[in-house]
Structure formats: structure tokens, C-alpha cells
Ligand binder design. Structure first.
Ligand code: ADE
Length: 227
């Protein structure tokens, strides 16, 4: 999987993508991520990428020409499965979308800033608009990091324990059950007996029940009606 990201603050993406599982995915050659500085395509002496909005109003808008030049340049290197614009008015990102996107081979993520990007770029190039939640970030970079991380860990071979990503919360529309490690008793609080006995079918049923209870309590909206 290859992911290109267009950003005016590429530094914001350095740390999230260069540690832990994301670094391992890249070291193993399963994921490559390239962050492209939009200013390289900026206009004039000041490499300008934004301008006042037509019709007046506070906030700058990211101009068409630098974005189009960047996208054309990157698209010439290979077709994308999706050209994604990160924006609070996009469709809400979730695990189902992460699963689907992780099956692709090339993605382009466009990070907006200020008031966002000129609508004509959205109309001409963007194939998918995603929001990571109902709040406004200062730019799309943190949203892009969330998306790369959640997709990257789903690529087969990235996580050592192959089954681990499948037992995450949301993977089967259930929240994950509680987990425990040593010691078996801490400050008088005991690990549930069932987990210590080695009866794996019974442990599996216990986990399913706990996952269902937790989902009923915290996120009943995830369950089909009547569950
Ligand atoms: N850019 C600003 N806010 C955002 C959000 N909530 N999701 C995706 N991109 C954004």
C-alpha cells in the first residue's frame, strides 16, 4: 500500500508516522507514506497557496492552481484508488471504511487548512471526503495521521499477532471485552477466575458476553434492533 499526503505543514505528520507499528509497517515494506509539501507548488516569490474568499468573509481559501499541480504531478506516477479530502463536512470515518480502504494499493490524502480548499478542486479531483468526527481541527494533518494509522495496521503482516486487529473494538460491530495481565491480584482486585483456568472455549464465550454487555451499555447504537 502506498499513501501520498499533500500538506502545507508536512512536519505535523513526521512523528505519528515514524514510530511503533507505522514505522514497522514501512520497515517491512508493507506500507510507504510520502508527504508532499504543497508550498513546492505555491505561486510566485512567496510560494502562495491561499487567497481571500470570493464574496467576502473571514478566513483564507486554498487556491486551485497549487493543489491541481500537486495532484497532477502525483497522479502521473500512478492511479489512485481514492483521492481523499479530509474535511469536517465529509462522511464520518469508521472501521468499516478503514477495512475497505486497507484493501487498496494507492491512496492520496489532501489536508485542508484555513477555510478549506476551493470547491472546484473537490469537484474536479476528489473521490471521497472524510471527517474523523464532529469537531473542527486546525488542519487535515491529524485526521490524515488517524486514517493512515488505522489503515496501516490492517495490512496483512503489519501486526505480528495476525488475529489481533480482528479482535479490536468495532471490528465486528462490538466493543472489545476487558483485558488483564499480571499480577492476578492487584490492590485486592482480582482478575476474573475464568481467564486463569485455561479453558479456552469458555474464555472465548466469556469474552463474547463481555463484549456484548459493554456494547449494550456504552454503544447500543452499534447493535441491531432487539439485541
Ligand atoms: N479538518 C478539520 N477538521 C477535520 C475533521 N474533523 N475531520 C477531518 N478533517 C478535518
Amino acid at each position: 500500500m502506498h499513501i501520498d499526503i499533500i500538506s502545507v505543514i508536512p512536519e505535523l505528520l513526521e512523528s505519528p508516522l515514524s514510530h511503533s507499528i507505522m514505522q514497522r509497517a514501512q520497515d517491512k515494506g508493507l506500507l510507504s507514506v510520502a508527504v508532499h509539501d504543497l508550498r513546492t507548488y505555491g505561486l510566485g516569490k512567496h510560494r502562495s497557496v491561499d487567497d481571500y474568499q470570493f464574496g467576502g468573509g473571514a478566513g483564507m481559501v486554498m487556491r486551485c492552481e497549487p493543489l491541481a499541480a500537486a495532484i497532477d504531478d502525483l497522479q502521473a506516477r500512478g492511479e489512485y484508488d481514492e483521492i481523499i479530502y479530509l474535511t469536517p463536512d465529509g462522511q464520518t470515518y469508521d472501521q468499516r471504511r478503514a477495512n475497505r480502504l486497507s484493501l487498496g494499493t494507492r491512496l492520496l490524502l489532501i489536508c485542508g487548512h484555513y477555510k478549506g480548499i476551493d470547491q472546484r478542486i473537490r469537484d474536479a479531483y476528489v473521490t471521497l471526503e472524510l471527517s474523523i468526527g464532529d469537531y473542527v481541527l486546525s488542519g487535515g494533518e491529524l485526521a490524515a495521521a488517524v486514517i493512515v494509522d488505522s489503515i496501516g495496521r490492517l495490512i496483512p503482516g503489519v501486526i505480528n499477532d495476525e488475529t489481533s486487529a480482528l479482535t479490536d473494538s468495532f471490528q465486528d460491530d462490538l466493543l472489545a471485552p476487558p483485558v488483564y495481565t499480571r499480577p492476578a491480584e492487584w490492590r485486592g482486585r482480582k482478575v476474573p477466575e475464568i481467564l486463569l483456568g485455561g479453558n479456552f472455549p469458555a474464555i472465548e464465550s466469556w469474552r463474547e458476553e463481555q463484549a456484548l454487555n459493554r456494547t449494550r451499555e456504552r454503544r447500543p447504537d452499534l447493535l441491531p434492533p432487539g439485541e
